[in-house]
Write a protein that binds this ligand. Structure first.
Ligand code: SF4
Length: 366
């Protein structure tokens, strides 16, 4: 079996936030100066363990990386500059309320070329109800600031199916976001996780029918506005697809650094400690899993079929010594008949309908 060894991407997790949103299940904690200082020291040690390396994409996610005060953010970017000389895409996640011109200039100075802003809803009342700390005016201001400082590559995250958000309110969200001229939009359907305020309040997830209705609207509306629906939950203007996320969806190797981060190196997947009392003190990696051939095959299908680029049948044959069109001939035929997949240029691709019911496709092919 051939393994993919070139590590193209680096994910860095900054777990701090200025406030905690009611639905949030990410690895995060309220900003605390002592923890943040210590955390940066630990990050540096963890990075040193992998040095030297150069990657094509860096993604600083969280948490809210821009909740770090200016000096700490500068320290982080300086630390990462050792690895960023070949970088093509350098993304930092931010919340509108802490994306000020000073921090934006700093990001620019260190080569960051993509900003991903957590918005979730453009309705101020809903935003307040879910404990987001910003208004739509602040979103507009943050984008204006980013543009003035020279960022043209901007993503906005929205949530599909927040409580009390009707279809027309969601339509308004999309209209508002498109009117800001951003070139990438991610829409994730709400999941209510245990250990969240939503869970304690018994908030319900949107029904699959309602979520589908909203996805259908987004799919059609954003297509008319020139966005390509290139992954289940992601839309981009031509040439603005997230290179970093494509590393995940192509099932390729990446470093994951920081609290609770996951990485995939050679044939090993690893997961870091999620407890801040243990991360960097007990060690960095909590679990390592050797990916066996059959699991790698599953990952290949599961990740590749999420995007419109699909699964390269020749590459699949080289990796697993298996011609999917022979071993799964009947299943592929049925899926084509059901209009869930197509075979084009030796690639197996999910249709929009297929992406919406990806589990059904995977059940047949795995
Ligand atoms: S800002 Fe992001 S990471 Fe922080 S609590 Fe809200 S959703 Fe979670």
């Amino acid at each position: 079996m051939k393994r993919m060894n070139k590590v193209k991407s680096l994910y860095v997790h900054i777990p701090f936030c200025d406030s905690i949103c009611d639905y949030c299940d990410f690895t995060k904690l309220l900003y605390n100066d002592k923890f943040a200082k210590e955390y940066l020291e630990n990050l540096k040690r963890e990075l040193d363990d992998y040095s030297p390396f150069f990657v094509e994409t860096i993604y600083i996610g969280g948490g809210t990386p821009t909740s770090l005060p200016y000096d700490y953010l500068a320290e982080l970017l300086k630390m990462l500059s050792k690895y960023s000389s070949n970088v093509k895409e350098y993304t930092v996640e931010a919340n509108p309320e802490n994306l000020n011109p000073e921090k934006l200039s700093l990001l620019k100075e260190y080569g960051v070329n993509r900003i991903s802003i957590g918005v979730q809803t453009t309705n101020d009342e809903i935003s307040k109800k879910i404990n987001r700390g910003h208004t739509f005016e602040e979103v507009k201001q943050a984008i204006k600031n980013a543009r003035e400082i020279g960022f043209s590559n901007i993503n906005i995250d929205l949530i599909i199916g927040l409580p009390n958000v009707t279809k027309s309110m969601f339509e308004k969200d999309l209209e508002n976001i498109v009117s800001l001229g951003v070139n990438h939009i991610s829409c994730y359907s709400l999941t209510v996780h245990p250990n969240t305020v939503f869970y304690r309040k018994n908030i319900e997830e949107p029904t699959p029918e309602f979520a589908r209705e909203l996805y259908d609207f987004a799919h059609e509306f954003l297509a008319k506005k020139g966005f390509v629906h290139y992954e289940i939950s992601n839309w981009a203007k031509e040439g603005k697809m997230s290179l970093h996320n494509l590393t995940y969806w192509n099932n390729e190797n990446y470093y994951g650094i920081g609290l609770g981060a996951s990485g995939y190196l050679g044939s090993k997947r690893y997961k870091n400690f999620i407890n801040i009392q243990k991360y960097g003190k007990v060690g960095f990696i909590e679990e390592t899993e050797e990916v066996e051939n059959k699991d790698l095959r599953t990952y290949q299908l599961l990740t590749n079929l999420r995007t419109i680029f699909g699964l390269d049948l020749e590459k699949f044959k080289n990796l697993f010594n298996e011609d999917l069109l022979v071993t799964k001939k009947n299943e592929v035929y049925e899926l084509i008949k059901e209009k869930l997949i197509v075979v084009e240029n030796n690639k197996l691709k999910s249709t929009y309908e297929g992406m919406m019911v990806l589990d059904q496709i995977l059940l047949k092919l795995i």
